[in-house]
Each structure stands twice: as C-alpha cells, then as structure tokens.
Design a protein around this ligand. Structure first.
Ligand code: NAP
Length: 313
C-alpha cells in the first residue's frame, strides 16, 4: 500500500489546510498526507498533547503547523480556531471537516435517548456546519477555497447498525455538502464530501476488532475487505486539490463497492463455488437451490448479519 499522499507532487505548497479531529484516527492521516505534499496546517481537536505529537511529526516534513485546541460543538471555540488560524497563516485554503463521534452501543431507534442524539448532532452536524460557515465566509471573501466534509456511507442509505443519530447527522451533512456546493459554486468555493466505508480507528475499533464485525463487514463489501487509512487520505486530498477544480457538491463514496451493491452484497452465493469447479451455469439457469452440506454448516455456525431464514436443504 502506498504511503499517505505522495501523488500530488507538492501541489499543496503554499496552501494552508485546517483539519478538525486531527489528534488521532483519520484526521491524523490527513495531517500527515497534506504535510507530505507541502501544505501548512492548522490542527484542532480537544486532546492538546495528541495534537502536539501529530504537529511535531508534520513539522519534520517541513510544514508550518499551528495547533489550536477546541471543541467543534462550541461556537466560540470554532470562531477562535478559525480566527487564530487566519492570524497565524494569513489565510485558509482548505477545510477538512473531519471531527466526529458515533455511538456503538447499538441502541434501537425506538429507545434512543435525546442526550446521546443531541451530543452526536452537536459534533457531527452542528460542529461541521459552524466550521463550514466560518471558513466559508473567509473563503468567499478571497473567492477561493475548498472544503471536504467527512461524511459516511451511513449518510446515503439505511443500515442495520442501530446508530440512528449518526445516520441522521451524516445524512444531513451530506445534504449540506450538496447545498453549499451549489450555493458557493460561482463564488470560488468548492464543497465536497468523502464518505468512507469502514476503516479501523478508535471510533470503530471495539466493534470491528473486539466483536469481530470486521469479518461481517468484509463479507458484505464487494472488495471483501475493510479499507485502509491511505485509501481515504488520497481521495480527500484529490477533492481538496486543484485537480478537482470542476467538482463541487459531490459525495465521493470510498467504500470498496458497498453502495454500488445497495449494501446487500453479502457472502458469496453458492453458485460462485459451483462455477469455480464446473462450467458456468449462466445462461442455463440454476437448478433451484441445491446447497452442499458444508455451505449450510457455514451458515448455521453463525455468520453475524445473515438475517433471512435458511431454507431446508
Ligand atoms: P476517531 O478515531 O474517533 O477520531 C475522531 C476525531 O474527532 C478525534 O481527533 C477527536 O479528537 C475528534 N473529536 C471528537 N469529538 C470532538 C469534539 N467535540 N471537538 C473536537 N474534536 C472532536 O474517528 P475517525 O474514525 O478518525 O473518524 C473521523 C471522521 O470519519 C468522523 O467524522 C467519522 O464519522 C468519519 N468516518 C469514519 C469511519 C471509520 O470507519 N473510521 C467511517 C466513515 C466515516 P479529540 O478526542 O482529541 O477531541
């Protein structure tokens, strides 16, 4: 796998990139990716120490880095971070609206509490909007800027994960991307989104690694694997860059094919196995379901997510 960034030949030299949620997870990857391409950085999140260690690494790559700790859900913090960034760097060319939280408890919508709902909205939606508004004002004045919102594949369809507030927030953020992408399109400011599938970070590590959901998710992803950090960094840098100068209001799904398969592309069906051993039956029709015992054993030994009844053999 290629290292973060590296494909843009320093085209971010002289550009200033503000990244929210830059203390760990995807945001840390974005910081390093842009630093490698010559960008100067404004990094924000709540964990000052972690931000400082990301900043130190980026400085060794030659970036000027300003760390401004803050909470994206607090309006005064957002204004202070953006103003401090502009004061230190003179401008903000790119906003990577990345900070986000989810709720992996799996609480069903009919039991979902408003405290958690409001907490998630305040960060994933309100925080992201306030950053778009504050950076947008500045970019519109300069008639130049690029915003990339980190949404999620959960924002463009239903899912079975019982994360209703996250789904609502990301869906709203996706629509804001389309809306502001159009509203600001003729004033020099592009607004796009990247919607990742699953990448192992602190946000999803407990469910993916500890509960084994990584295998379930891989099973229903056409590429049959979860994504790598670098595979999110590169598309984000593309949309942020001048290479995407005619792209705005776009939500780029980076999900190994999940959405193309309507999210229901699950474990390979039995005919894949049949076709591997015999002449493909395509065109001849399948003679009903004629599963083998081992296929049924695999199903009955419990693959999470198989929620339709298994027919009698
Ligand atoms: P993560 O590892 O949990 O990192 C989240 C980042 O957001 C951290 O830097 C955290 O820093 C920051 N943050 C959280 N609450 C904040 C607040 N109130 N104010 C300021 N910063 C805050 O999560 P991640 O996986 O990197 O997620 C990054 C983005 O990608 C999120 O928007 C997430 O929804 C999206 N995404 C992730 C995946 C995935 O599979 N990982 C898939 C689709 C979309 P502090 O704790 O230091 O504040």
């Amino acid at each position: 796998m290629a290292s973060h960034g590296g494909a843009y030949m320093g085209q971010f030299s002289g550009k200033t990139v503000l990244i929210t949620g830059a203390s760990y997870g995807l945001g840390e990857g974005f910081a390093e990716g842009f630093a490698k391409e010559g960008a100067d950085l404004i990094l924000t999140a709540r964990s000052t120490e972690l931000l400082n260690s990301v900043a130190d690494r980026c400085r060794t790559m030659g970036s000027k880095v300003t760390v401004v700790p803050g909470d994206v859900s607090i309006e005064e913090d957002v204004i202070r971070v953006v103003q401090t960034g502009i004061k230190e760097h003179g401008k903000i060319d790119v906003l990577i609206n990345n900070a986000g939280v989810s709720d992996m408890r799996g609480v069903s919508p009919e039991n979902f509490d408003m405290t958690t709902w409001n907490w998630i909205m305040s960060i994933d939606l309100n925080g992201a909007f306030m950053y778009m508004r504050e950076c947008g004002k500045h970019m519109l004045e300069r008639k130049s800027g690029s915003i990339v919102n980190i949404c999620s594949i959960m924002g463009s369809g239903a899912n079975e994960l019982n994360i209703i507030a996250y789904t609502a927030a990301k869906g709203a953020l996706r629509n804001l991307t389309l809306q502001l992408g159009c509203e600001w399109a003729d004033r020099g400011v592009r607004v796009n989104a990247v919607s990742p599938g699953f990448i192992i970070t602190e946000m999803v590590r407990p469910a993916l690694e500890a509960l084994g959901m990584d295998k379930w998710i891989a099973s229903r992803t056409p590429m049959r694997r979860i994504g790598e950090l670098e595979e999110i960094v590169a598309p984000v840098m593309f949309l942020a860059s001048d290479a995407a100068s005619y792209i705005t209001g776009h939500d780029l799904l980076v999900d190994g094919g999940t959405n193309a398969a309507n999210g229901y592309y699950q474990i390979p069906p039995i005919h894949h196995e049949w076709n591997a051993e015999t002449a493909p039956r395509v065109g001849q029709g399948y003679p009903g379901i004629q599963p083998r015992p081992d296929w049924y054993q695999a199903l009955s030994s419990g693959i999470p997510g198989i929620h339709y009844p298994v027919p009698e053999a």
